[in-house]
Write a protein that binds this ligand. Structure first.
Ligand SMILES: [Zn+2]
Length: 222
């Protein structure tokens, strides 16, 4: 089974990938599209985000095998070469899943609207365009996922009661719970993509990422 973390950029997909990736029998691979899309200006993106050139799993040889056959074969190659486990991919949007095929199950991280918008606005995006883009991407994802299990993952509830919220997610996905999933920042598992702030992620998650009233105040002050 492949679980896709679905949503627009900055929706909390890396966090969700890494939480799920800590569950028994689950491998969270993150934004695997970077295995194929090695942007010239972001060469690190084509490597394991956690270990870069030191990665014991995603060596240059393994990466080259994963690229064989192009986009159509990426997920099958990951299952065959990396892990037969339940795989989590946070390729997350309809553009990528048009290339790789839609995952079997979609998990939608849900952030409070103010935190979602703040992630864009602080990067200089126009608020009106952002609202339109977000609505349009979610709509396309819901159409893409029609007929599949689609599960929301409420990040506000996660911040308030991590164990209950992760247990509930596990139950809906038919996965076994493990408390490792509550400390994804302590993990050393390999994954692709991410926000670039992984070393500080624990603090980020607890301070600005989910303290939505503080973010809302910042948004109002812009
Ligand atoms: Zn690695």
């Amino acid at each position: 089974m492949i679980i896709g973390v679905a949503g627009p950029s900055f929706c909390g997909s890396t966090l969700t990938n890494c939480i799920l990736g800590e569950l028994p029998g689950v491998t969270g691979l993150g934004e695997t599209h970077w295995i194929l899309d090695r942007a010239r200006d972001k060469p690190k993106r084509g490597k394991c985000f956690r270990h870069l050139d030191e990665c014991p799993v995603f060596t240059p040889e393994v990466l080259s095998k994963l690229r064989a056959g192009g986009a159509n074969n990426l997920y099958a190659n990951l299952k065959r070469i990396v892990s037969p486990n339940v795989l989590v991919v946070s390729d997350k949007n309809t553009f990528q899943w048009g290339r790789f095929g839609c995952p079997d199950v979609l998990v939608f991280p849900i952030k409070p609207p103010a935190t979602m918008l703040y992630s864009y606005v602080r990067r200089g995006k126009n608020l009106n365009n952002v609202v339109e883009q977000l609505a349009s991407e979610w709509e396309k994802l819901l159409v893409l996922g029609e007929g599949r299990l689609m599960v929301p993952f409420d990040l506000t509830a996660l911040a308030a009661d991590p164990e209950h919220t992760v247990r509930e997610l596990c139950a809906r996905l038919g996965l076994e719970y493990s408390e490792e999933a509550l400390r994804p920042w302590d993990s050393t598992s390999c994954f692709f993509g991410g926000t670039g702030r992984w070393p500080k992620f624990g603090r980020e998650f607890r301070s600005t990422g989910l303290a939505w009233d503080a973010v809302f105040a910042k948004l109002k002050a812009l």
